[in-house]
Design a protein around this ligand. Structure first.
Ligand SMILES: C[S@@+](CC[C@H](N)C(=O)[O-])C[C@H]1O[C@@H](n2cnc3c(N)ncnc32)[C@H](O)[C@@H]1O
Length: 247
């Protein structure tokens, strides 16, 4: 715990992606977010711009992150440190990152700067939209969200989320999502680009809990490189909506 970005937090970067990068990473569009029939959960929210920017579309976002136990300026400082770590990694290991042509990491990271500033202002003005909590336990009722997004945590940090904790976290994200909604999770690899080696058994275990899963492949941000997104849904939702008994 103490080797992390802050003594109170796990060793995970607090990043600040903007709305448009979220859309590309999760295979979504602004129009789809605007049409959601209920609130969106962003877990982890980090210092992302999503909660602030999606409100402009009429989409209610609740962001969750253990970092929100800290004051917003401290979270913004952690995000600035994460930006520096990302800039260093983009220089040292460019093949792991989105690569605009010509390759301009600074240009890409300026979108993170905008998102970080939006986060700082929005979380100070509307703290109720930013809930301090940590997977695998969330302080929300069953089915509270129409759509749940989880980016750059559950598979990105296997040293923090081992297989059991991944299963518990994914199950919890499905619990707080409406049976008519869905959970989207990416990336499905770690920070070194290594694919999760136990995705099939994990999906099987989810299936045993009546959670259906599929892998979406979408063109990612900046360079269109394929991004894989794990989509989870209540396996019984058709039966439920047809009024049939659920096993
Ligand atoms: C790499 S950031 C991703 C933020 C945002 N989704 C994005 O793409 O910019 C990972 C975040 O996960 C948060 N985190 C760490 N452990 C967590 C947990 N158990 N539950 C929820 N969030 C956690 C960290 O504080 C950090 O802000």
């Amino acid at each position: 715990m103490s080797a992390g970005p802050h003594p109170a937090l796990p060793d995970v970067l607090v990043t600040s992606r903007p709305l448009d990068e979220y859309c590309a990473l999760f295979g979504l569009t602004r129009a789809r977010l605007a049409a959601l029939p209920g609130p969106l959960l962003d877990c982890p929210g980090g210092a992302a711009g999503l909660a602030a920017e999606a409100r402009e579309l009429g989409c209610r976002v609740v962001a969750v992150d253990p970092a929100y136990a800290l004051p917003p300026p401290v979270v913004a400082d952690l995000a600035l440190a994460a930006r520096a770590a990302m800039a260093a990694s983009m220089t040292a290991r460019p093949w792991l990152h989105p690569s605009p042509r010509p390759y301009r990491p600074e240009r890409y990271l300026r979108s993170w700067d905008r998102a970080r500033r939006l986060f700082a202002a929005n979380s100070a003005a509307h703290p109720q939209r930013y809930v301090a909590a940590a997977l695998p336990r969330l302080p929300f009722a069953d089915g509270a969200f129409a759509l749940t997004l989880s980016g750059y945590l559950i598979f990105a940090y296997p040293e923090v989320f081992g297989p059991e904790r991944q299963l518990a976290a994914l199950t919890e994200l499905v619990r707080v999502t409406s049976p008519d909604g869905e959970v989207r999770v990416q990336p499905l690899n770690d920070g070194h680009g290594r694919r999760c080696g136990h995705l099939d058994p994990l999906r099987y275990a989810l299936g045993e809990r009546r959670i259906a899963s599929e892998i979406l492949r979408c063109p990612g941000p900046v360079d269109g490189r394929t991004v894989r997104v794990l989509v989870l849904r209540d396996a019984d939702r058709r039966r439920r909506s047809a009024g049939q008994p659920v096993m």
